[in-house]
Design a binder for this molecule. Sequence first.
Ligand SMILES: [Zn+2]
Length: 92
Amino acid sequence: MGRVKENDLRNREAERAQTVLGDLTLNSIDIFCWCNRCGHNAIITTDILINRFGPALAVPEVGALLRCSGCGSKDVATRPNWRLPEKIARHG
Ligand SMILES: [Zn+2]
C-alpha cells in the first residue's frame, strides 16, 4: 500500500531537481553547448540565455531553442559548464 504513490512522488522530485538556468546564474556557471551534427561547440553566458528565454528553462531544453552557428543545425545539446573549485586548489 502506498508504494505506487511513493514512486510517483520520487519521479516528480527528480523532474523538479532538473537544473534550470536560474540555478546556474547563482553560481556564475555558463552553458556549454555543442552541435551533434558538425561538432561545433561554444560556451554561452547564462545571463544572455535568461534574457532570451527566462530563468525557469531547464538546461537540457536550451539546446532545442538554439541553432548551430557553424552548420545551422538545430540538433544542439547543452549542459552546465561546471567549474572546478579553483579557489580551494589555489592558495592566495
Ligand atoms: Zn553544427
